[in-house]
Design a protein around this ligand. Sequence first.
Ligand code: NAD
Length: 433
Amino acid sequence: MQVGIVGTGYVGLVSGVCFAEFGLSVVCVDKDARKIRALREGRVPFYEPGLGELLQRNLRQGRLGFSTKVADAVRGSQVVFIAVGTPPRGDGSADLSHVEAVAREVAQHIEDYKVVVTKSTVPVGTGKRLKALIRKHLRKEVPFDVASNPEFLREGSAIEDFMRPNRVVLGTESARATEILKALYRPLYLIETPFVITDIETAELIKLASNSFLALKISFINELSRLCEAVGADVHILARALGLDQRIGPKFLHPGPGFGGSCLPKDVQALRSMALQHGVRLRLPEAILQVNQAQRQWMLQKLKTTLQPLRGKQIAVLGLSFKPNTDDIREAPSLYIIQGLLKEGAQVRAYDPAAMANMKRLLPQVRYASGPYQALRGAHAVVILTEWNEFRNLDLQRVRRLLKGPFFFDLRNIYPPGQLRSLGFEYHSVGRP
Ligand code: NAD
């Protein structure tokens, strides 16, 4: 069976490469000709561990093709996935213009039965809208189905997540489409992955609800980290005890500078705005977003209060991506915090193992170092913003010697406070006495 995928970003490319790895024949399309050229040569245009090897293997074995023409993804494919971006608009609702543009173009090339599937995260009702849109733009009367197959992969462990997901959600309105999609995922069936087979609306809502719930857990522990500092409690012990309750679970209870990335902030906003459009005012999404913003502000405030005045101070920032093992800086806390530091007149020298090229495009005024120690030399303070493994085992004596001031802001709580203080640092973390 051949599969077409339109959009070769973090989701589309990983899905395409993994479907090829399942043994299917896959055509991936993107309107970005440079991206497609790189992919044809076996180069992944972003950072995702393990993806390069898998791409090259499937290219060599002839199961994977790349094109800039949507027609190539449609012709010969029984299933066409839409995996383009759905960024937030000014009012927080999802911008569906890319998804709709692809659906219109797909429609014009449909010659025989197809299942057109949204893998992009979309508001409830999109499947139905796309169905009408596709019908309107068909060149001839042909049967087709639309379906929703939301993606839950995490950047940084995307391949493992795609190959061994917690669940696969299929939202369809015909048995024929369900059977075809189940066949695509047969290798996961064999390893007993749970399948949730439902209608399109429920599938669409599952994705927004999942991401909002994850954001809620992070915001809950972040908000409590502020209380912990005020009352002298330790947020890590609190989180561990909470997580040992099986009804709560230990994941996503790690305090930090607030969540970022291309999904959580956008999907919480999308849930809120989509609910409002249906006349339902949800209070939790609103609160999650407020807590997240407050957490970032609190981090900046910690820096300001300790280092005041910031003007003229040199700050070393370690970590720019919104989480480790990705070069993605969309909505990263680093953007907010660095911009806040620059606004106050501080100078920033930053290092990140993967995300510096992306950050340079947005913040050229920051100086970029070739390694963590180069970033630290002569700085008044160091701020850890992303918990990359290479920051977990810094030579702390060397760090202390390189820094001009004693200030160590560990906003991911990767070091034990006692050890850092005994080395002469003025150590600040999140929610620990
Ligand atoms: P991305 O921005 O990395 O990639 C989108 C790609 O689509 C780009 O390469 C762009 O050039 C291409 N594109 C846009 N319009 C096009 C068109 N008309 N024709 C052909 N190509 C076009 O986006 P992403 O991070 O992969 O996210 C895609 C969707 O998946 C979003 O809805 C997102 O919310 C969702 N999602 C993302 C993740 C994640 O971790 N990034 C996880 C789950 C779901």
